[in-house]
Design a protein around this ligand. Structure first.
Ligand SMILES: C[S@@+](CC[C@H](N)C(=O)[O-])C[C@H]1O[C@@H](n2cnc3c(N)ncnc32)[C@H](O)[C@@H]1O
Length: 486
């Protein structure tokens, strides 16, 4: 709801006899935010999307592009500030785009995310006939929460408006700038990554330049340095540097040694080689230049080994609270079989195994399965096994896997494969917990389940990524007619 007191009579009327066009200026009351964290308001019947505009504010905006009833626009001037506006902490806020909610007070961010969750889940909420969405569970500490950051080297530096003239443009270590995948914003510090990461990031940039090491050129596909991934165990203090370069060589070794000498707090250094075109921090194989090649992190009473490329929740403290929510929703009993689908390194299944009779985890990444098996051994969890493969092909009615009493699914952003939905309908576990990082996909996936006997009991959103529009949702479904109950 718009909270602005701005006199609506002053709002700009639509141009007479024509549609809005590029460079048109208009006053706009920002009434909400979309799933990308962009402020949204109306100009007549057109919906204007205005990056950086805070709900509750009034801005003078300018049309950048019209697409049907949508106006991509930019702020020319803030006319009335929102009561929820706060000064962004990050010096790169305007250019980076990674933490688009930073200009909004954290308590309001949580409310806005709750509204977004309801909008995205509208089809399933309509089917269930009740608003079962609980308030978003926020973080106790909304800064320095990320235990992993992936920085990119580039020879095309994004020049920020605030920068003095004549700055060197052909080296950057940082993050892709808003909407510009060919350029990299040199990041001095990132306020959402673990604090020790900032010092390492600065040294990595300084040393690379001192040693005259060429950053990767994404157009010509030449250069040496590609990615710098920093990982941290929030409970253990262990730190991994994972450096991806286009080739191995003595210069890479010297660079690693210099970074290690400058930062004795680094507990392991892993090097990967990738000369492919795609800009991703992966490599065919990794070599360990220092330390054990992995870091340990604790969640609740278990210790997990995390290797350079394996998936692990990026906000450790909030992941523990998320696990608490999943545990409450799953309510696993000691005689029950739990299926943990898309299990990654097995975190959910391993933490719930003590409550269950048996747990089976399914995951397609062989490295994650290896981590999961190692983590089970390390923690002495014996009633769990892991199966490698794609959920849609491995898991079926006749796969020989036990019939689950409860299924937890935690798919990637794309959601569930249609075959998985079909199998879920065939097996119809009495309880189903869907952990979602994309509620729109969850709404699509859950519709056929709700139409076939399941009831959506609760949605508990958890904010693992403060200052960004991303949200994790725990959706609990129960079957109205569990097996044998006709
Ligand atoms: C959101 S992560 C969940 C990880 C895990 N539940 C956790 O909390 O650490 C999604 C996982 O699904 C895996 N994955 C993606 N597509 C898959 C598929 N078709 N079959 C099996 N696993 C898949 C990914 O490798 C990733 O580990």
């Amino acid at each position: 709801m718009p909270t602005s007191q701005f006199d609506s009579a002053l709002l700009t009327p639509l141009p007479e006899g024509r549609k809005p066009r590029r460079d048109d200026e208009f006053l706009c009351v920002i009434d909400s935010i979309n799933a990308r964290g962009t402020g949204v308001g109306n100009w007549g019947e057109y919906r204007a999307r205005i990056p950086g505009a805070v709900p509750g504010s009034t801005v003078l905006a300018q049309v950048v592009k019209r697409r049907r009833d949508r106006l991509d626009s930019r702020i020319l001037e803030l006319r009335e500030a929102s009561p929820d506006a706060v000064a962004p902490r990050c010096a790169h806020f305007e250019s980076c785009g990674g933490c688009s909610f930073q200009g909004i007070a954290y308590a309001r961010q949580l409310e806005l995310m709750g509204e977004l969750a309801r909008r995205e889940l509208a089809p399933v909420l309509a089917l269930s006939g009740a608003d079962v969405v609980e308030p978003v569970l926020g973080c106790e500490s909304a800064w320095n929460y990320r235990n992993k950051m992936d920085f990119t080297f580039s020879n095309r530096r994004w020049v920020e408006e605030s920068e003095p003239e004549g700055m060197d443009r052909d080296f950057a270590l940082g993050l892709h700038s808003r909407g510009r995948y060919d350029k990299v914003l040199a990041v001095g510090r990132c306020d959402i990554q673990f604090e020790a990461g900032n010092g390492i990031l600065m040294s990595a940039s300084k040393l690379a330049r001192e040693m005259d090491l060429a950053p990767w050129d994404t157009r010509e596909h030449v250069g040496l340095l590609r990615h710098l991934v920093l990982r941290h165990g929030a409970h253990t203090g262990e730190i991994m540097v994972y450096l991806v370069t286009s080739r191995a060589g003595e210069d890479v070794t010297r660079y690693a040694e210099a970074l290690l000498a400058a930062h004795p707090e680094i507990t392991t250094f892993v090097h990967g080689v990738n000369d492919g075109r795609a800009s991703v921090a992966t490599s065919e194989c990794e070599s360990v230049l220092y330390g054990p090649g992995m870091i340990c992190e604790r969640l609740e009473e278990l210790t997990f080994e995390i290797s350079a490329t394996s998936f692990f929740q990026t906000n450790t403290l909030q992941a523990e609270r998320l696990m608490g929510v999943i545990r409450e929703e799953a309510a696993v009993q000691s005689n029950e079989v739990l299926l943990d689908l898309y299990c990654g390194a097995g975190v959910i299944g391993l933490l719930l195994a003590k409550d269950a009779r048996e747990v089976v985890g399914l995951e397609r990444e062989p490295s994650s399965i290896r981590d999961a098996i190692r983590n089970a051994k390390r923690n002495g969890v014996e009633n769990i096994r892991f199966v490698a493969g794609e959920v849609e092909s491995v898991w079926s009615e006749d796969s020989g896997l036990p019939k689950p009493d409860i299924c937890i699914v935690d798919p990637p952003r794309a959601g569930l494969h249609p075959k998985v939905i079909k199998t879920l309908l065939q097996l119809s576990p009495p309880r189903l917990v869907y952990v979602s990082c994309n509620l729109a996909a969850a709404a699509r996936d859950l519709t056929p389940l709700l139409e076939s006997g399941y009831e959506l009991q609760r949605v508990r959103p958890v904010d693992l990524f403060p200052h960004t529009p991303h949200l994790e949702g725990v959706l609990t479904l129960v079957h109205r007619h569990p097996r044998g109950d006709d």
